[in-house]
Design a protein around this ligand. Structure first.
Ligand code: MF3
Ligand code: CO
Length: 253
C-alpha cells in the first residue's frame, strides 16, 4: 500500500504542483484504500506531525511539511509515506528529480539507492544490525565521499511505526543485535551531497543540511530472510510511473 501511494505521487509530480496537493491526494488515496496515514498525528502531543506525507525538497533532509511550495524544474523531491492497515505499518520513501538535474545530483540519487539495495541484501538472518549500517556508510561515504546523516536512523517497523532495533546508516560490521528471519526493518539511508551535519527548523520537524547542499532519502520496509532481506515495499511500480512521467528525470534510473 505504501508502494501504491508513492506510485500515485509519482504520476502527479510536475512543475507547478504544490506539495500540499500531493499530500492531500495521498491522504485521500490512503483513506480510500482502508488505511490510516501513519505519520499524521505522530510524535509529541505538544507538536504532532501534521501531514500524511513528508515532502523534503532539495536541502531538506527529511520531515519536510507539505505546503504552498510549487515544485519546479531542477528540484529533487523526497517523498516519505506511512500506511497503517490491518494492524501494521508500512514505511517507504523515494527521491524524485524534476526535469533536468545535474550529473552530480543524479549520481547522489543512484548511489544512495544502490546503498539501500546493498543494505537490504545484508538484512539476512544471522547478520547483525551493524552489517546493514556498515554497508550504507561504506558505499556512500567511504566509496563516494557523501555525508551520512547521523541524527536520524532506520528502525524496526510493524505494529508500531517505530520499533526496536534502531538501524543507523553508519556503524561497524558485526555490531548490534543479531537478525532473525521474520523481523521487519525500515532501512532508510539519508545521504547528503556535502556535510553530514543537519539542523532542525523552528517548526520542530523540518530537518535541513547545515551547508544548504541537497540531500536524498530512500526507504524500504524489509523482511529479514535467510539468504538476504526481502522488500515488502518495492521501487518497481514507482520507477515505472517515473519512466512514464515526462516531467521526471530518468537520469538516475
Ligand atoms: N520514515 C520516517 C521515519 O521513519 C517518517 C516519520 S515522519 C513522522 O521516521 F512524522 F511520523 F515522524
Ligand atoms: Co522510517
Amino acid at each position: 500500500m505504501v508502494t501504491a501511494t508513492l506510485t500515485e505521487v509519482a504520476k502527479m509530480l510536475r512543475p507547478g504542483v504544490t506539495t500540499l496537493a500531493l499530500d492531500q491526494m495521498a491522504e485521500q488515496f490512503i483513506k480510500d484504500h482502508g488505511g490510516v496515514p501513519s505519520f499524521k498525528g505522530y510524535g509529541p502531543s505538544s507538536n504532532p506531525y501534521p501531514y500524511s506525507l513528508c515532502i523534503s525538497v532539495n536541502e531538506v533532509v527529511v520531515h519536510g511539511f507539505p505546503g504552498s511550495y510549487e515544485v519546479k524544474e531542477g528540484d529533487i523531491i523526497s517523498v516519505d509515506c506511512g500506511f497503517y492497515k490491518d494492524g501494521y505499518h508500512g514505511d517507504h520513501a523515494y527521491t524524485f528529480a524534476i526535469g533536468e538535474v545535474s550529473p552530480e545530483l543524479s549520481q547522489l540519487m543512484r548511489v544512495t539507492k544502490e546503498s539501500l539495495a546493498r543494505a537490504v541484501s545484508a538484512a539476512r538472518e544471522n547478520n547483525r544490525v551493524g552489517d546493514i549500517s556498515f554497508t550504507v556508510e561504506d558505499y556512500t561515504h567511504r566509496q563516494h565521499g557523501y555525508g551520512v546523516v547521523r541524527e536520524l536512523v532506520g528502525h524496526g517497523v510493524g505494529k508500531r511505526l517505530h520499533e526496536d532495533p534502531q538501524v543507523p546508516n553508519y556503524g561497524r560490521r558485526g555490531d548490534g543485535k543479531r537478525l532473525k528471519e521474520g523481523m521487519v526493518l525500515a532501512i532508510e539511508p539519508m545521504i547528503n551531497l556535502g556535510t553530514h551535519k543537519v539542523h532542525t527548523l523552528d517548526d520542530g520537524w523540518t530537518v535541513v543540511t547545515a551547508d544548504g547542499l541537497p540531500s536524498v532519502h530512500y526507504e524500504h520496509t524489509t523482511l529479514v530472510r535467510k539468504g538476504a532481506g526481502e522488500n515488502l515495499s518495492q521501487f518497481g511500480p514507482i520507477e515505472e510511473a517515473e519512466r512514464q512521467n515526462p516531467n521526471l528525470s530518468k537520469a538516475h534510473l
